[in-house]
Ligand binder design. Structure first.
Ligand code: NAD
Ligand code: GLY
Length: 376
C-alpha cells in the first residue's frame, strides 16, 4: 500500500458533442463527491443506487459528502451479484425510484461495480423517457471499462446484456481508494480489462503493464491511478470515434467472443468472473491469430505469460469440474449479439497492440484452437 496524494486528480474527457463528460480519477473522490457532482446536477436532488457490499463501505461517506454540498440524496440498496441485471430487479428499481417521486431533473448516482452501473444506467435511460446519471465505479473493472462509454443493460434468459441502451453518464468519479476493499479476485478480473487496452493498440502500455501489474494488484496507488487513467483515455478515444459500435469500438471486444462463450457455459456463475473469462479469451484470440500465421508465436506466449504470472486464468481447464466441448462453445458464440449476417464477430491481432476485426474466420480453425486449449 502506498500513501495517496489526494490532490492529484487525472481528468479524461469523453468527447461526444452534447453528451460529452469528464472522468475524474484520484484518491478520496467519494469524500469529495458533493462538490464534484454539483456542477452537473439540474437540481440539488439525487437518488443513489448501490449494492449491499458497497453500501457497507461507502454509502454513508457519499451521502455525507452530498449533504455537505447541500445536495439531497435517497438510497436504494440492491443485493450484490449479476442477478441484479434482470427484468425483475429493473422493474423493482424503477418502482422504487418512481415511489421516491424522482423528477426529470433528478440525477441517479450508480455507486458500485459494473452490475450496478449497467442496471442504473439502463433505468436512467428509460425512467421518465430518460434522466441523467453519474457513475461512481467501485471495482477496477468498472473504473477502466463499464462506467465509461454509455453501454447499459440487463441480461435475459437468452444471454448477457441482450437488453439495453446507449445512455452516457454526465460524470464518472473513479476513486482509487475504494479499490482497497475490493477482493483480490475481483481486482485481478478488472486488471484483465486494463491489459486489454495495451493489447488492442498500445504496445508500450502492455510493456508498462508487464512491469507494474503486480504493483497494481498489491496496492501501488500511483500505478493504479496511471493504469486507470491510461485505460480511460484509450476507451474515451475509441468511444469518441465510434459511440454506437459501427466500427472501431468492436476492438474493445478483444477476447470477449471467446470469453462470453465460456461465461455462458458456466451459467454466468461465480465459477468464472467476466474479467477472468476475458483473460482466457484474450489468450485464445492471440493463439488463434498465431495459428493463422497472423501474429508471432512469441507475442501470444508473452500475453499468456503476463496474465498467468499474476494468477489470472489463461485456459478453460483452470475452471474446476467442467468438461468442455469446442462445439458447444462455438454454439454459444453463434448466439452472441455481435453476430452479423450469421457471421461471428472475432477480434484478432497481428501482434501486441495490433488488434483488428477480420472479415471472415473459418470456424474449423476456431474449433481446432479450442480443442487444443481444452486439452491443455
Ligand atoms: P460487480 O458489479 O458484480 O462487483 C463485483 C463484486 O464486488 C460485487 O460483489 C460487489 O458488491 C463487490 N464490490 C464492488 N465494489 C467493491 C469495493 N470497492 N469493495 C468491496 N467490494 C466491492 O462486478 P464488476 O466486475 O464490477 O462488473 C461486472 C459487470 O459489468 C457485468 O455484468 C458485465 O457485463 C458488466 N460490464 C459492462 C460493460 C459496459 O461497457 N457497460 C463493460 C464490461 C463489463
Ligand atoms: N466493454 C465494451 C464496450 O464498452 O464497448
Amino acid at each position: 500500500m502506498t500513501i495517496i496524494d489526494r490532490s492529484a486528480v487525472d481528468v479524461v474527457r469523453v468527447d461526444l458533442g452534447s453528451r460529452s463528460y469528464e472522468i475524474k480519477i484520484g484518491g478520496g473522490l467519494v469524500a469529495r463527491a458533493g462538490e464534484l457532482v454539483a456542477p452537473v446536477l439540474k437540481q440539488k436532488r439525487t437518488a443513489i443506487v448501490t449494492d449491499s457490499h458497497v453500501a457497507r463501505w461507502y454509502l454513508d461517506e457519499l451521502q455525507q459528502s452530498l449533504r455537505s454540498a447541500g445536495i439531497a440524496s435517497e438510497a436504494i440498496t440492491l443485493p450484490p451479484g449479476e442477478s441484479a441485471k434482470s427484468f425483475s430487479q429493473l422493474e423493482s428499481l424503477c418502482d422504487q425510484l418512481l415511489d421516491l417521486k424522482v423528477e426529470r431533473s433528478t440525477t441517479l448516482i450508480a455507486l458500485g461495480g459494473g452490475v450496478i452501473g449497467d442496471l442504473t444506467g439502463f433505468a436512467a435511460s428509460i425512467l421518465l423517457r430518460g434522466i441523467d446519471f453519474i457513475q461512481v465505479p467501485t471495482t477496477l473493472l468498472a473504473q477502466v471499462d463499464s462506467s465509461v462509454g454509455g453501454k447499459t443493460g440487463i441480461n435475459s434468459a437468452q444471454g448477457k446484456n441482450l437488453i439495453g441502451s446507449f445512455h452516457q453518464p454526465r460524470l464518472v468519479l473513479a476513486d482509487i481508494e475504494v479499490l482497497d476493499t475490493l477482493p483480490r479476485r475481483e481486482l485481478l478480473a478488472g486488471y484483465a480489462e486494463v491489459v486489454k487496452y495495451g493489447l488492442i493498440n498500445d504496445p508500450a502500455f502492455f510493456t508498462w503493464c508487464e512491469g507494474h501489474g503486480a504493483g497494481i494488484i498489491s496496492g501501488d496507488a500511483g500505478a493504479r491511478r496511471h493504469a486507470i487513467a491510461a485505460s480511460c483515455r484509450a476507451k474515451a478515444a475509441i468511444v469518441g470515434a465510434d459511440e454506437r459500435e459501427s466500427g472501431a469500438r468492436a476492438l474493445l471486444n478483444l477476447g470477449h467472443t471467446f470469453g462470453h462463450a465460456l461465461e455462458a457455459e458456466c451459467g454466468y456463475s461465480d465459477d468464472l468472473l467476466h474479467g477472468e473469462a476475458v483473460a482466457i479469451g484474450m489468450v485464445m484470440a492471440y493463439d488463434l491469430s498465431a495459428r493463422l500465421g497472423l501474429c508471432p508465436l512469441e507475442d501470444a506466449a508473452r500475453v499468456q505469460r503476463h496474465l498467468a504470472s499474476l494468477g489470472l486464468p489463461t485456459s478453460p481447464t483452470w475452471i474446476d469440474g467442467r468438461s468442455w466441448s469446442s462445439a458447444r462453445l462455438v454454439e454459444h458464440m453463434s448466439q452472441d449479439k455481435k453476430v452479423k449476417d450469421g457471421r461471428i464477430g472475432f477480434v484478432l491481432t497481428r501482434g501486441i497492440g495490433q488488434a483488428f476485426t477480420p472479415a471472415y474466420v473459418e470456424l474449423a480453425d476456431v474449433a481446432a484452437m479450442l480443442d487444443e486449449a481444452i486439452a491443455a
